[in-house]
Unconditional design. Structure first.
Length: 397
């Protein structure tokens, strides 16, 4: 029987991992018996030597071990990864997200107990994002399984530069299997058409986590003038106009490439009441407030402000300031759709950041809906961090 290196927990640290949280931080580890290389499978043991879980080791990461299995008799082999991937793909089919003309998240990292692996499908192509060294090293096992299960035309692989540095991931981004599309791919969300740049778009090409929130928000925008900040490729603006009947929409994003794609998406859907421009979100909001501009709807969907708990205080100040500016440009009775994708910022903390903004602007705010990510981003109860997206739909009196 193979002798694996063993990671021994400090006293009173075991309960979290018996509850199946997948991240073993360096501060929870007492000692390591054996000499595992980065990417090796290791066993996690309690301080009394009892088996707890099995995972993948990485000394370069603060997440020293990512856990995947809690059965001592179950190896982390190709058959294991196949079972996990099959379960994830099957769930999306049950959710009704298997239309090959559309898009869906097929694998959501910790939400599918596959920490460090994200797989999105856009029509007939897959985009795989790896955020853990162990998963990067196992792409040779994972990609053939995805080919068999999903039968795509091609698979792109990507990783975030900051995460790659922290994890020690060395991957050449781009097409790793099959053929590339001739250009951006057009996907359908109901009757809404979106062009997606699989090779160079943010995240894996489109904010799939906001799909249901765009539908929910659109119903409030009938006849209103809408401001869509951090609009990326125009998802909220498109939904507000096509589904919600907004009178006009102004979308703003700092990326000229995203704005160009948003303009293309407006033309694809025959929408002539959408305008997009480049600019810094905070600066544009301040200038609009100074100019006395008012909107019946304001959408704030900024990028992640906190990548760690150490950055939470700064992030909350940014959310406070952003929502304060947003409330300044909303007309009485207007709708504010405000979001946070910072997993380290809790829902209650975000709520109080909004409360502070309301108090400072003297506005009365009613929260109509508190929402999260689309169902193809399932939240694992054992990993609260998988509940990262907060979307509040509010009426500002």
């Amino acid at each position: 029987m193979e002798r694996r290196a063993q990671v021994i927990l400090k006293p009173r640290k075991v309960r979290t991992f018996l509850s199946r949280h997948p991240w073993v931080m360096d501060t929870s580890i007492d000692r390591i018996e054996g000499d595992p290389a980065d990417g090796d499978v290791v066993d996690l043991l309690s301080e009394k030597g009892r088996f707890v879980a099995r995972g993948i080791y990485n000394r370069r990461s603060r997440i020293r071990v990512r856990l995947y299995g809690w059965d001592a008799a179950e190896p982390l082999d190709a058959a294991f990864w196949r079972r996990r991937l099959e379960a994830a793909v099957r769930l999306r089919s049950l959710l009704g997200y298997d239309d090959r003309r559309g898009a869906a998240r097929l694998v959501y990292s910790e939400g599918d107990w596959l920490s460090g692996l994200i797989v999105d499908r856009y029509a007939d192509w897959l985009v795989v994002q790896v955020t853990a060294l162990g998963m990067a090293q196992r792409l040779g096992e994972v990609l053939p399984i995805l080919v068999e299960l999903v039968q795509p035309k091609g698979i792109f692989v990507r990783t975030e530069q900051a995460m790659a540095r922290m994890e020690g991931i060395e991957i050449v981004p781009g097409l790793h299997w099959g053929e590339a599309p001739e250009g951006p791919v057009v996907v359908l969300d109901g009757d809404l058409r979106c062009r997606v740049d699989l090779a160079e778009g943010q995240k894996t090409g489109l904010y799939l986590d906001q799909r249901e929130n765009r539908r929910a928000a659109a119903r409030y925008f009938g006849g209103r003038r809408v401001l869509d900040m951090f609009c990326y490729t125009g998802g909220f603006s498109l939904a507000a106009s096509l589904w919600g009947g907004a009178r006009e929409c102004l979308g703003v994003d700092s990326s000229a490439k995203a704005v160009e794609l948003a303009q293309v998406n407006a033309r694809l859907n025959g929408l002539e009441n959408l305008t997009f421009r480049t600019g810094d979100g905070f600066q544009v909001l301040q200038s609009l407030a100074d100019a006395g501009e008012r909107f019946g709807g304001v959408i704030l969907d900024p990028p992640k402000f906190a990548r760690s708990r150490a950055a939470v205080d700064d992030a909350l100040r940014a959310y406070h300031w952003l929502n304060r500016l947003g409330m300044l440009v909303i007309e009485p009775g207007g709708i504010l759709v405000t979001c946070s994708c910072s997993g380290a910022v809790g829902r209650e903390d975000f709520f109080y950041a909004l409360l502070g903004a309301a108090q400072q602007t003297g506005r009365q705010v009613q929260v109509l809906q508190q929402r999260g990510a689309s169902p193809d981003h399932p939240v694992a109860l054992s990993c609260p961090e998988s509940d990262y997206l907060k979307c509040f739909i509010c009426r500002v009196a």
